[in-house]
Design a protein around this ligand. Structure first.
Ligand SMILES: Cc1cc2nc3c(=O)[nH]c(=O)nc-3n(C[C@H](O)[C@H](O)[C@H](O)COP(=O)(O)O)c2cc1C
Length: 394
């Protein structure tokens, strides 16, 4: 017998696009591209989350220009040739009934670094000898990201205008690659975020100064993307609701101010992250609480009425369901928990509403698991193989 699906598994509609459930794979850099091109790794990596039941599978951040890569292993979509590989990813994701989402961005002054497990430090001539050639980053000013980071080139107005067009051109390519959703990476101290923050944007021209000037780049990018991105497809914006720079930085009041302006520019949902203007947004040394960023999603959604996605240490089905049920966010993004268990949505659904028929699973495993459920029922186990009431991701 099929139980009523939990609210996590109810569809969600934005524009003319329906998310089959509320679970989205968070963007996660893999460092497995060469010259920005997709490798087999990306197809299998992203594909497994579609098999696992995520309503939408989002790519890692994909660079809009070659100099906008964080590392030499980043994906890119700055040329038409890069469409083919991404289309292979979207085709497989669609074949499993999930939506394909792409995060696009530019690393700004945090570009030209080593991979995370190599320390995310600036590339040097030593790396060049191994084929990872450093390049000069760009930023709102020429102030480097940190002591051992190269001095960025301070973007001229003409170059900023060109970058806005690069975002739009990448968006048009993303459409041709079959993506259903675009997310603009406006968080974590990368280029867009560094224009928003008063700590990193000390420009005195129209792209700096007061909050209105600092928001201009973000809003122009959203507007330019909307001009080429089909009307029926949603556009997300990932924000650092607090940029990690303390009281001097971009904070919640600023995020509440930009959300409706982004909406007016054609953004449909704010993905609420935080940090990164100084130090890493994910590799934090402080102890973070479960769902530590959910209050940002809650406030933006309920004060500005712009839909939100919550992310950050969301681990259990009950926790995720409670965020949706209590109206704190519209969608849930899972990062590291999905790396641990790519089948998290299917496992969570079994846990919340056990289904001995395995109807929501792809038929290839589902047909067999149905037989297995009968075989293990003698042992007092649920169809998932767990004792009743226990959630055990694989
Ligand atoms: C391996 C890895 C790579 C990441 N790459 C990106 C990225 O490309 N873009 C981005 O906005 N966030 C990135 N993040 C941050 C995640 O999207 C997410 O916000 C963060 O991990 C917190 O969620 P979690 O606790 O569910 O992992 C990355 C995180 C991890 C673990």
């Amino acid at each position: 017998m099929q139980h009523k699906p939990s609210s996590l598994f109810t569809p969600y509609r934005l524009r003319n696009t329906t998310f089959p459930n509320r679970l989205v794979l968070a963007p996660m850099m893999q460092y497995r591209a060469t010259d920005g091109f997709v490798s087999d790794w990306h197809i299998v990596h992203l594909g497994k989350f579609a098999l696992g039941g995520f309503g939408a599978v989002m790519t890692e951040v994909v660079a809009v220009e070659k100099t906008g890569r964080i590392s030499c292993g980043d994906l890119g979509l700055w040329s038409d040739e890069q469409i083919v590989g991404l289309k292979r990813c979207t085709d497989f994701i669609h074949s499993q009934g999930s939506l394909a989402a792409i995060q696009i961005g530019h690393a700004g002054r945090k570009a030209s670094t080593r991979r995370a497990w190599e320390g995310s430090s600036a590339l040097t001539q030593e790396d060049a000898a191994k084929g990872d050639h450093p390049w000069q980053p760009v930023g709102p000013t020429d102030v480097p990201y940190g002591k051992d980071f190269p001095k960025p080139h301070a973007l001229t107005i003409k170059e900023i205008e060109r970058l806005v067009q690069s975002f739009a051109q990448t968006a048009a390519r993303a459409d041709r690659a079959g993506f259903d959703v675009i997310e603009i990476h406006g968080a974590h101290g990368y280029l867009i975020s560094s224009f928003l923050s008063p700590i990193t944007n000390t420009r005195t021209d129209i792209y700096g100064g007061d909050r209105k000037g600092r928001m201009r780049f973000s809003l122009e990018i959203a507007t330019a993307i909307r001009e080429v991105w089909p009307k029926e497809k949603p556009l997300f914006f990932r924000i650092s609701a607090q940029d990690g720079g303390g009281p001097e930085g971009w904070g919640m009041e600023d995020s509440l101010a930009i959300a409706p302006l982004l909406k007016d520019a054609g953004v449909d949902l704010i993905d609420c992250s935080s940090g990164g203007i100084q130090g890493s947004a994910t590799v934090q040394n402080t102890k973070l609480g479960l769902g530590y960023q959910v209050p940002f999603a809650d406030q933006i959604k309920n004060i500005t009425k712009v839909p939100t996605m919550a992310v950050g240490l969301i681990l259990t089905p009950e926790q995720a369901q409670d965020i949706i049920d209590s109206g704190q966010a519209d969608l849930i993004a899972l990062g590291r928990q999905a790396l641990y268990d790519p089948y998290w949505p299917l496992h969570a659904r079994q846990h919340l509403s056990p289904d001995a028929e395995f109807e929501n699973w792809p038929v290839e495993p589902g047909w067999w698991l149905k037989k297995r459920a009968v075989a293990i029922s003698n042992f007092g186990l649920t169809p998932s193989g767990s004792p009743v009431g226990k959630f055990e991701p694989s």
